[in-house]
Every structure is written in C-alpha cells, then in structure tokens.
Design a protein around this ligand. Sequence first.
Ligand code: FAD
Length: 578
Amino acid sequence: MGDDLIPPSQLSSANDDLNPLHRREAIERLEMTHLDVLVIGGGVTGIGCALDAASRGLSVAVVEQRDLASGTSSRSSKLIHGGLRYLQQFKFGLVREALSERNLLISQIAPHLINQVDFLYPLRNRGERLYAGLGIGLYDLMAFRGSNRLPHHKHLSRRQVQSKAAALSSRSHKGAIMFSDASVDDARYVISVARTAAQFGASILTSMKVTNLLTGNGRVNGAVVKCLETGREFDVSCGTVVNATGVWSDDIEQFAGADRPRVRASKGIHLVIPKDRVDLETGLILRTSDSVLFVIPAGKHWIVGTTDSDWQLDRAHPAATRQDIDYLLTTLNQILEAPITTDDVVGVYVGLRPLLRGDEEITAKLSREHAVTSSREGLVSISGGKYTTYRIMAQDTIDAVGVDQGRQIPDSTTSKIPLIGARNYEHVLGSANEISESSGVPLVSVKHLISRHGDRIDEVLNLIAADESLKALIDEDLPYLRAEVIHSVRFEGALHLEDVLTRRTKISIESWDRGTDSALLVAELMARELEWDQSRIHSEVEHYLKRVESERSSNTQLDDQKADTSRLAAGDIRESFA
Ligand SMILES: Cc1cc2nc3c(=O)[nH]c(=O)nc-3n(C[C@H](O)[C@H](O)[C@H](O)COP(=O)(O)OP(=O)(O)OC[C@H]3O[C@@H](n4cnc5c(N)ncnc54)[C@H](O)[C@@H]3O)c2cc1C
C-alpha cells in the first residue's frame, strides 16, 4: 500500500467490533456525555461523516433508525464510477471528481472491496463510433489525470463483440467500445467504513431513531432519540447535528423549523439474474431514451438496472411494480438473441435517489451533485451526491461543522485511511492457498472470505477453528459460510434476521427462494449470539417470510400505489419491538 497512508500506530486503539456490547456502551455515552457531533443516518454519507469527524479528533456518534445501509446505500447499482452519462450532460467537474475518488478507493482505501468491471458499449450505427469513442476517450483521459489503474478503452469489431458477448443479437450492433469502471458490494462497504470509524472512537448505533431536535440559545444543540429495540426515548446533547438522512433529509430540517423541501426521491429498480441466463463475458451499458441501462457482473449474477421515476410513497419500503420490471426486460431484450423473462429473475431490489430539487420535471436530469447547507445554527445538512463521492461529501460536511462551531479543526485525512481489511489485503490474497491448507477451509471459500473481509479473514477463521460446523455453507448454491452469520452479529452490528439475509449477505436477492429456506438456520445461528428464545426466533422468521411474500406480491402490481400497499403489509420488524 502507499507510503503516505496513516500508519497503524497512529490509529486510536478503540475497539472496532460492532456488537451488543458496543451498542450498550454507545447508549451510555450518548446519555452521559456532550458530543462534538451527532450524525443522523447510517448510510454511506452519514457513516463517512462519522469517520471523517472521528479521524479529525472530534467526539462523534451516528444514530441510524434501522440497520446500517438499510436506506439507499444497499440498493444502488453498486458502481464506483465517474458516470459516463454525466459527460453527456457536460458535468465535467462531477465526473472528474468521481473518477479521482474511484481511483483512490480501488488503489488505497478499499482494494479488497472494489473490483474492476469491464463494460461493452454496443454501437448502433457506424457514426456513433466516432461520437461515443470521443466521449469514452475523454472519460479515460479524465481518469488518467487521477492516477488511473484501470485499462484504457478499446474499439471492438462486430466479430470481436460476438466472441465476448454471444448473447447479443448480431442485428443489435455494429461493433462496440469496451471500457473499464469499478463496482462494490455497497452494504458491505458501509459496514467497513463504520468499523473503521469505530476504530477512531466513533459510536455507531442502529435501531435508534431521531424523533426531534433540541434547541437552546438559538442553536440546535442536540436531538431526542428513540431506541426501536426497547421504545425508550432520551436526549442527546451535542455541538452540531449532521443531517445525513438521504431522502428523509427534509423531515429532519422540519424539526428545526425549515419548510422548503430540498430533496426529491427518485425510484430506481434492479433485477438480479443468474449469470448462466445471459451469455456475456463482460458487463453492458446501453443508451435508452432518457438514461442508460446497465448489465453489471456481480459474483454469480448479473444486475440489470435501472429506472428513474418520482416516488412519493413510503420511503423505507419503496416497491417495484410489474411495469418497472417489464420496462427493464423489454429494453434488455431488444438487443438479446434469446429473450429473458420474469422466470429468469432471481431477485428485485429498489432504491430511492436523494436528488437535489430543481426545476427539471424528469428526475433523470436532476443534479447528482451534493450540497452542504445550514438552515439553522447547530444543524448541518448534506444532501444529494453519489455513493462514489461519499468521502468528499463527508469532508465538506465536517469542514462546515468547524465553521458552525467557529473553531479550527484539523484537515480531513480520510484520503490516507484504508478501511479495515485493506492494509495487508494483497499479502493475505497471495497466501490464500496456505490459509486454505492450514484452516481446512476450501480455497474457494477462503477467496470468498478475503473478498469480503480482506486481512480481517482471521476473525471468521477463528470462529471456524472453535466450531468446525461453521465452515458449512448457509445455502448450497451461494458462497456464504455459517461462520459469517456469527461474524455479522459479533463484529458487524447485525441485530435482526433481515440484517443478515439482506445486507451482511445478499441471500435475499441471490437465491431463488429469496432466503426463505435459509431463514430458520440463520435465525438459530443468530440466537446463539443474541440469546434469543424460541418465540423470538419464530417472530424473526415469520416477519422475514411475510416481507418476502409482500415483496413478491408488489412485483405483480401495475402501479406504485398498489405495489406500496403490498410491500407495507409486512410492517417493519424494528418498529414492532418499540
Ligand atoms: C437505483 C439507484 C442506483 C444508484 N447507483 C449508484 C451507483 O452505481 N454509483 C453511485 O455512486 N451512486 C449510486 N446511487 C446513489 C447512491 O446510492 C446514493 O447517493 C447514496 O447511497 C445515498 O446515501 P445516503 O447515506 O445519503 O442515504 P441513505 O443510504 O438512504 O442513508 C440515510 C439513512 O438515514 C436514516 N434515517 C432517516 N431518518 C432517520 C431518523 N429520523 N433517525 C435516524 N436515522 C434516520 C435512514 O434509515 C437511512 O439509512 C444510486 C442510487 C439509486 C437509488
């Protein structure tokens, strides 16, 4: 890794295990001490702010109403990219900044979590080769300025395309351009940032909802929080509240008296399709009438997305309609030799983009840039932005906290802080064979673990050394080990069954049964750690099964309103305890 990184000896010695003990201690801290910063929202932006603040020496806690990354940050296209289509909108600054972040994240900050992905951009006519070639050439050039590690684009003939993408019908293209970008498991990334923030002393609290803000002397100076596990409410005192709640941003602003809406929610859905259903060696990017469609490789699957439409219903449970699904399949089928049908779709997920409000009617044209604002002293809000640029967003936000508090705080150092698991990743990867031999865990599983835990693979292997049965798979068709369930609770803050099935793993969208067959096994493993009795195991499983049923039902509805109603039928497991 680079020489300019912060050496491990300069890290705080705080424990980075997110578990029930961390939670208990964090609640005590929130009740007893005055914090420099209270961050609301445990998505990539809020957790990024916590790391930025803690690593500058500020005392900080994050409160998240549900689970880490349970909002938009687990439902994105999972690309760490400059956004080729923003070049078409002449957003050169945004693209340059995002490409420079992409290069930093893939080379230094999280090389274990971020992977190169290659895309084919099929050309519909010969004239497009020049136009698209210039655009993609400019994209590469901008990345080059930011010390690019990814290969440059290549022009491919029709025949070359056929050998890389046999699934494409020969009528659908006149050759293609191949270029490279990067992808990430978005939920896993947030959890790694959260543990890194904890390493610097940040408190990370999930199932903790802000129900109001506190004020004094004309400033916001704290918040009322409600624990959704127990129903208990208490006050938290702090210097500045950071509002990093994505599509919920305006709710927090309203607590402070602001009434002008600033964020608009735009729905995007994705389909998950097994790799063997579409014969491609690389991803695809296709131009549509007002946006683009991606086919992105993700392990044993393709992710196909996305859509872009206004959403004004329940923000915690956005739903995909039959119409959304048909749109993606129809668009993709226009270029495939053998069409894909709904029977080929393993999973569907939906996210809401927190877009800055503008005058544009069509959400695809609204800005992907971010804005840091302070409508009232003591409250700093960060809205808009992209996953890829979360680190810059966090840096700008904590700079604004310094201004709000009228004090000089050290500059951000997050560009020099590798996430946990990153430092000795290359070395661990090079030792995969030896690790497999010494631990008795199959090589394929060792590689899977390294790609998710980096140099922290020992945390999982130690669990297996203590209990051999934990090296078995949860679902025979997916790579996740039973030990990873225990690890999710002991190290990664999972509190409920759906936290493990949908965010610590992606079993809920990668298995044909959507995780229902694994639910009882996973709940029983979690019960060992969280001291659940039979009735609690039963209620966790029941709730999960209901959630899957309601999701399936919403996918067959034709309009948003009906799909939302179907989706809401399951309720929220967290609210049911409070
Ligand atoms: C379909 C889609 C595809 C995308 N693809 C990409 C991509 O490929 N690349 C890219 O760079 N970006 C992408 N994005 C954008 C990116 O995902 C988002 O910008 C990013 O995840 C937003 O993160 P956030 O932390 O701001 O919001 P969120 O992840 O939504 O986090 C906000 C959190 O605040 C919590 N919260 C709300 N109210 C309260 C309260 N009162 N108390 C406590 N907690 C509260 C919520 O529960 C939530 O977890 C995509 C977005 C969508 C929707």
